[in-house]
Design a protein around this ligand. Sequence first.
Ligand code: FES
Length: 290
Amino acid sequence: MSTSSSERGVSLGMPELPAPDYPDDVRARLERDAREIIARYPDSRSALLPLLHLVQSEEGHVTRTGMRFCADMLDLTTAEVTAVATFYTMYRRRPSGDYQVGVCTNTLCAVMGGDAIFEALQEHLGVGNGETTDDGKVTLEHIECNAACDFAPVVMVNWEFFDNQTVDSAKRLVDDLRGGAQVAPTRGAPLCTFKETARILAGFPDERAGAVEATGSAGPASLVGLRLARGETAPARVVHPREGGPHDEPQDRAVHEPSPAEHLSSHDAPQDTSASDPAHPAGPVAEEGE
Ligand code: FES
């Protein structure tokens, strides 16, 4: 069983993080929630990741106050908490928007249009990577592969999937988010704000009607491998029908059986990708500040 540095009588010589206290009522509420989370683990320090989500659900990002709270609750040093909070990209370190719009610019999504989408959204929103629109609604960032390559190019909003995106559908998506329109992911649970998402990730039940039942399935391309493994014959082509705006009309993602004449596909059909759209040439996407 591991012990904390204080239990081991070790002083790491780290100064306390200067941070304001939570208001008393907020602190009392968070302590109640934190104790519930900690009780789920045989070793309290194992609760650090959900506790970071908990404090993120309070302020929208992990503040110094939040990190000190986690350290207090888990008998860790603030240095230990900071090391974890700064390692994982799901923890935000500065104030951000209600909707975190992540454009996958990893290899497959990039060549399928992710680079073009990211570039277009930067221009459309007037923000760069990691920046937030003036109305506080949208934080744009490029993200790594989300294991949804079947549906490339993929955009995620607060970790919900928006599949088979185009420049136009992605622009509509952020416009709807900023305008307060009803927006539904392609699959999975309904969309909620970043703070609400953080609370669910902290381990508290998602009590919205139908949220738990909502689910998605593996994409057709992935399921081809399963079929082959079972000795079945795979379809000659694996396609996704792309109709209208994916975020407006969630599609049935069960295995799609294309007719031989069908060629409409997010994978096979010619598209405006970074490779084929001269207005959005492929190229490295620099990190902010580089
Ligand atoms: S490369 Fe974008 S989801 Fe895998």
